[in-house]
Design a protein around this ligand. Structure first.
Ligand code: NDP
Ligand code: GDR
Length: 345
């Protein structure tokens, strides 16, 4: 079914975009990615996918921005994708408190811009849309675990923007019969996770401490609990959602919840260090309101999509620590080589 299919991924340079692009390429899709023009290279996570000639199994990049309706219209109506995965967002929760309007424009209204073009394209051909919704939408919801029926209580500008995009997605499905799905994904991590998110910040610090680049790690709230899974598993769920007979919304989670302290314990244990010797609390990393507890129930996805999480939390953190120790070792070797070849020595 997926042969010769064409997909557009917004946010292809991000963690999820890179894993999803890999998955779709492996299935023979012609993949198009939206990227922002930047003075520095942002394609590091997908560089290994850029060699194939245009056509099935290839990735082609196009400049664009979720703020630019006309650019999105032109691009999408030109490419005519069968599937659109809207992963682009201002995705950092704490940053959304500093930039609430920008976050709403990109993370909220950006999704509406995509839906609106998809509605136009759907007049010509079938198109399916995946919207990257988030467990952050549950926020302060008292129900545990959270599932597709849990009421949203968003606690950040980011979460409010995602709730807006969530309801727009459902409204386009109901009002225009558009095939549009919300994947309500709980936190998912990997060695490709952005370094500003807490798990990667921790595992990156472990690697850098081991190789003498830093000796302290400054963090905020250590008591928050999250349901953390492996990003590679989660992009499979995105694809599965767009392969069903009927569009629907699904929670994707592991069903387990752990604190930042648990994460520190596992990460530092991996290299036989005690996290309490390195971690300091820095008020800069606290949020005006912070979601304290998330734990997902993905029974619906298990039953309807046949999706299962494959990687337990401990294993995920160890994978990330090992990758970050390797990365820091390469950085150390490069630094030593540069020091040895410094002509001033
Ligand atoms: P990342 O932060 O790693 O990637 C975000 C992507 O969005 C990047 O490619 C970024 O481009 C792009 N982007 C940002 N702003 C714009 C813009 N104005 N126009 C076009 N592209 C833009 O996020 P993840 O991969 O972790 O997450 C993917 C999506 O899933 C996001 O929408 C996120 O909110 C959501 N989500 C993530 C979860 C997680 O745990 N990872 C859980 C639930 C939802 P650039 O490289 O140029 O910055
Ligand atoms: P989150 O992830 O806000 O859940 O959003 P993040 O890793 O940023 O924070 C998780 C928890 O850790 C606490 N924390 C810190 N967080 C960061 N980033 N930096 C710190 O130094 C720090 N110290 C403690 C936070 O307060 C929070 O409680 C992620 C993003 O990927 C969203 O886009 C996505 O929607 C949700 O996951 C599900």
């Amino acid at each position: 079914m997926s042969e010769n299919r064409c997909a557009l991924i917004t946010g292809i340079t991000g963690q999820d975009g890179s894993y999803l692009a890999e998955l779709l390429v492996s299935k023979g899709y012609e993949v198009h990615g939206l990227i922002r023009r930047s003075s520095t290279t942002t394609t590091g996570r997908i560089a290994h996918l850029m060699d194939a000639a245009p056509g099935p199994g290839s990735v082609e990049l196009h400049y664009g921005d979720l703020s630019d309706s006309i650019g999105l219209n032109t691009l999408i109506l030109d490419i005519e994708p069968d599937e659109i995965y809207n992963l682009a967002a201002q995705s950092h929760v704490r940053v959304s408190f500093d930039k609430p309007l920008y976050t709403m424009d990109i993370t909220g209204v950006g999704a509406l811009r995509i839906l609106e073009v998809a509605r136009q394209l759907a007049r010509r051909k079938e198109v399916r849309v995946y919207q990257a919704s988030s467990s952050e939408m549950f926020g302060a919801a008292p129900d545990v675990p959270q599932n597709e029926f849990t009421t949203f209580r968003p606690q950040s500008p980011y979460a409010c923007a995602k709730v807006y995009a969530y309801y727009q997605t459902i409204n386009y499905r109901e009002a225009y019969d558009l095939y549009a799905c919300n994947g309500i994904l709980f936190n998912h991590e990997s060695p490709r996770r952005g370094e500003q998110f807490v798990t990667r910040k921790i595992t990156r610090a472990v690697g850098r401490i081991m190789h003498g680049f830093q000796d302290k790690l400054f963090l905020g709230n250590l008591d928050a609990k999250r349901d953390w899974g492996y990003a590679k598993d989660y992009v499979e769920a995105m694809w599965l959602m767009l392969q069903q007979d009927e569009p629907d919304d699904f929670v994707i989670a592991t069903g387990e919840s752990h604190s930042i302290r648990d994460c520190l314990e596992i990460a530092f244990d991996r290299v036989n260090l005690n996290w309490e010797d390195y971690v300091e609390i820095d008020p800069r990393f606290f949020r005006p309101t912070d979601v304290s507890f998330l734990q997902g129930d993905c029974s619906k996805a298990r039953e309807s999509l046949g999706w299962e999480p494959s990687t337990p939390f401990e294993e995920l953190i160890r994978i990330m620590v090992d990758a970050d120790c390797d990365l820091a070792a390469r950085e150390r070797a490069l630094e030593d080589m540069n020091a040895n070849t410094d002509p001033r020595k």
